[in-house]
Write a protein that binds this ligand. Structure first.
Ligand code: PGA
Length: 249
């Protein structure tokens, strides 16, 4: 039985004060749910505050990216060993905003994935098609290519310590969400792709849905058999909305 994972992605929002008040509000309203893990991926500079605030709480913390190198002359990058010092359990890799605005490629995403795992940080591999790709009937090709690029470098066994987030690019931050069936269809295909290489890993793999998930649509999405949680942007910036999703699992 797979545990659900409800993960917030704050992106580049807020201030040090609002990061503290949002996390305090999450902690204050949280009713522990044995069916789900709760986590927030916050801007690097707030990790220290979040580490202190969430210590001894059910809330796990994560980063929104991680370097593709271990250390050295890589100005502006943050390594997984640095993240690990802040009790960062997760790091997103290959978010579509990284891929489209900052040039992250399948190769660099695979390298980031491997670097995260070297220090025990669980990579959350984000994959998903654009609207044009969906309209061309390329959805499965695109997600398989993004997935295979990581498996080719990391090996299938590495997926045992990873999470996948299926995030259709056309649903991210648009208010348009994939329907329950649309999302389930792709999640099922992703799991089948993994199962073709390792059935046990596929059975245990947490595959999250991301893209305009909110309290109103979460229940339907999260009740689909291959959807094991959510990666939530906008709605995670409001403690009440975020907790409503977590509590609905
Ligand atoms: P959204 O973002 O919930 O605001 O669509 C999801 C994400 O980008 O991870």
């Amino acid at each position: 039985m797979r545990q659900s994972l409800i993960m917030g992605n704050w992106k580049m929002n807020g201030s040090r004060e609002s990061a503290k008040s949002l996390s305090s509000a999450i902690l204050a309203g949280l009713v522990e749910n044995e069916n789900a893990t709760i986590a927030v991926c916050v801007p690097y500079v707030y990790l220290s505050d979040l580490q202190a605030l969430t210590a001894n709480s059910p809330v796990e913390i994560g980063a929104q990216n991680v370097a593709d190198q271990a250390s050295g002359a890589y100005t502006g990058e943050i390594s997984s060993s640095m993240l690990q010092e802040f009790d960062c359990k997760y790091a997103l890799v290959g978010h579509s905003e990284r891929r489209s605005y900052y040039g992250d490629t399948d190769a660099s995403v695979a390298a980031r994935f491997c670097e995260a795992q070297k220090n025990g940080v669980i990579p959350v591999l984000c994959i998903g098609e654009t609207l044009a790709e969906r309209e061309q009937g390329d959805t499965f090709n695109v997600v398989n290519t993004q997935l295979d690029a990581v498996i080719a470098v990391a090996g299938i066994a590495a997926l045992a310590n990873a999470v996948i987030a299926y995030e259709p690019v056309w649903a991210i931050g648009t208010g348009v969400t994939a329907s329950d069936d649309q999302a389930q269809e792709v999640h099922k295909a992703i799991r089948a792709r993994i199962a073709s290489k390792d059935q046990a890993i596929a059975d245990n793999m947490q595959i999250l849905y991301g893209g305009s998930m909110k309290a109103a649509n979460a229940k339907g999405l999260l009740s689909m058999p291959d959807i094991d949680g959510g990666l939530i942007g906008g709605a995670s910036l409001d403690a009440e909305s975020f907790l409503a999703i977590y509590h609905s699992v």
